[in-house]
Structure formats: structure tokens, C-alpha cells
Write a new protein. Structure first.
Length: 171
């Protein structure tokens, strides 16, 4: 059921080897090129199953997720990675809940108010845009911008910052 859900909707990274990483709501599946065999699995939700997360069961650990400040913009046309980097507007891009939560966790800012956190994220994103480089992996749904040990994931229409994480060798 989880694989089916992820095939229907998830962020996808296609690796040069043909393997595909499917990411959604703190879960990550790596599947073979046929998309039928799961070869790796990881989750940030060690205490809950995928079905529990889908059903809205809260974490026992009291993890507080940040909420986006409004609806995501209407999806625009996909742009080449270099154009995404060039046209990304750090001051106006939509920041997903995933981005807000991950950035606050990665930088030890969990107690910071939402307005101040957004200012910090936009400042870091502006630096990443100016000094960063495009990731090497071919991604289906996002463009990766690498800077300072972090990978920023930006929608291919350059309107949404989908997430941020520590950089990996595959980035």
C-alpha cells in the first residue's frame, strides 16, 4: 500500500543507476528501476507506520510541525535546473511546512517564532542561491541547490521551496 501511495504522489529523485528515491512526509523509499522492488527504506517517524501518519495519528514524541503561511501557489511549467536557480526569488518563494520544520530542526531554532524563522530561512536561501551549485542527481520533481553542507529542494517551477536537508553523497 505504501509503495502504491508513493508511486502516485511523492518527490522523486532518479539516480544515474536507474534506482528511484521516493520521498513523502518524512518517509523515503528507494526502488529498483522497474518500480516494483523496494531496496531501501527510512523514516523520521520511527514510532508510527505510514498508515498511522496518513490517518493523522500524532507522534508520541511531541514533535511540533511548522505550518506554511498560506496555500501553495498554482503550479507553473517546469524549467531547466539552471533557469530555476536563476529565477528563484528567496524573498517570495513559498516555504513548505517541511522546509520550515526541517530548517528549524537542522539549525536548532525550534523555539524561534515563525516570523523570525522565515526571515532566517529566506536569508540562508538567498546565500545558497548566490553561492550554491546545482546538485548532480537527476531529479524528476525538484531541483537541488547545494550550499554549506545543506541541500535545498526547489520545485521545478521555481516557486516553492519543498525542503532542506543535510547534503548526501548522492546529491
Amino acid at each position: 500500500m505504501m509503495l502504491e501511495d508513493f508511486i502516485l504522489k511523492s518527490a522523486r529523485d532518479v539516480h544515474r543507476s536507474g534506482y528511484v528515491t521516493l520521498s513523502r512526509e518524512g518517509y523515503e523509499l528507494v526502488v529498483d528501476p522497474s518500480m516494483s522492488v523496494i531496496t531501501n527504506y527510512s523514516t523520521a517517524h520511527k514510532e508510527r507506520t505510514w498508515e498511522q501518519v496518513k490517518a493523522g495519528v500524532l507522534s508520541r514524541f511531541g514533535h511540533k510541525s511548522r505550518e506554511s503561511t498560506g496555500p501553495a501557489p498554482e503550479r507553473g511549467p517546469d524549467l531547466p535546473a539552471r533557469v530555476v536557480l536563476a529565477t528563484l526569488n528567496p524573498g517570495a518563494a513559498f516555504l513548505s511546512s517541511r522546509t520550515l520544520t526541517a530548517f528549524s530542526k537542522l539549525h536548532g531554532l525550534r523555539d524561534l517564532d515563525d516570523a523570525s524563522l522565515e526571515v532566517d530561512i529566506r536569508a540562508a536561501l538567498a546565500v545558497a542561491k548566490a553561492d550554491g551549485e546545482l546538485g548532480a542527481a537527476d531529479r524528476v520533481a525538484v531541483v537541488a541547490i547545494l550550499h554549506g553542507g545543506f541541500t535545498w529542494l526547489v520545485s521545478k517551477d521555481a516557486q516553492v521551496v519543498v525542503g532542506v536537508r543535510r547534503s548526501r553523497a548522492s546529491d
